[in-house]
Design a binder for this molecule. Sequence first.
Ligand code: PHE
Length: 443
Amino acid sequence: MERGNFGSKIGAVLASAGSAVGLGNIWRFPMECGSNGGAAFILIYLLCVFFLAMPVMVAEFVIGRSSRSNAVGSYRVLAPGKPWVVSGFMGVLAGFLVLSYYSVVAGWTLDYTFESLTGSLMSESDFGRFFSDFVSNPWRPVIFLSLFLLLTHCVVATGVEKGIERYSKIMMPMLLVIILILAGFSMFMPNAIEGVRFLLTPDFSKVTKDVVLSAMGQAFFSLSVGMGTLATYASYFNKETKLLPSAIGVCTIDTLVAISAGFIIFPAVFSVGVSADSGPGLVFITLPYVFQEAFGSVPVFEYAFSGLFYILLLLAALTSSISMHEISTAYIHETFKLSRPKAATIVTVICLVMGVACSLSFGVWKDVTVMGRGFFDLFDFITAKFLMPLGGLLICTFVGWDMNKKLVAAELDSRFTSLLMILFSWVAPIGIGIIFVYGLISG
Ligand code: PHE
């Protein structure tokens, strides 16, 4: 079967960075950081990125590029008949679950884009009430969620290579600049220093096993690792793309965006007196206050800036959702020999149904719970704290212990190969395993 390719090395890095940078950085990171004690969480998060998630990313790149196949097919090529393929199936399942609840938040972003551009967001005075009225409405979020999924569907169905690559190159730098400007504004809001202190002064008394599990889950989620997304993308990399430098580049961009998002949100949180641990609404409630504070005297700027910000957030979400969709679409397309649009339609319909359930869990289905959680929280919990770390553990173990050593070395083509092998075989699996088991026991 004819397979796509990213045209250039920089395109491959930016497409992977496009997958990594998304709502996870700007929406989920501040939320997790806020509910897990701030600076101490960030420190643990950074350790998890460097020692656990980055090795998994490199391992995924190795698996994807050497097999030139999808998340499940790659194990059939590299380890035929062995049980590793389970990890591929877990990835496909995770892809469905993540995309379903991710599209809900992306739908909120789409709504906020419209509300900003038409000016109706700015006419509000209580953004907290505005947000809770909106998400608990049974229709409006569902409509925006469907629109967002449709958008994702269209890109994936038509084939992504040129599209994603081309616009990742323009969008990622733009997003970075806007974020830096906003962080600048946020830090000059009254009482902002409290937020900076929250981000920079670690309070280790708040660190529990569950905080460590959350930090690891966030690292995996934010870097899109542990479910075969990046293995699927790497199967489109060309031979010249250097895997380790690419992974370092993606991790650096992703971490910078997440930390900067913290510097937008928390100074503003403390300035406007929202609680730091107010959960999923954090970005949608506090950011409008930042826009109001920063540009309120010139309404045109307020519209333009918040409109621009939400558009960029939306595009960042889109490059991530495309990559989640791609895991399952590539698998169905290549395994069942269905056309790409047909495979994509199956994925979209399933995610739409599950997405609606997630969206309703903020309103009419608030009381429908499984294991004590509504669908939205449940899908987030299963993927970030369970499927992704476990998937990451299997991926590293496979590359470290079972995959042909010569092939791994040839793919890596790096002077750090032996160091990486230690990370794959020992550090990452043991680290992930310990945090996972202790986190779950205490949780
Ligand atoms: N990394 C993406 C983000 O930060 C989310 C994602 C998770 C994308 C898993 C692909 C796979 O928003």
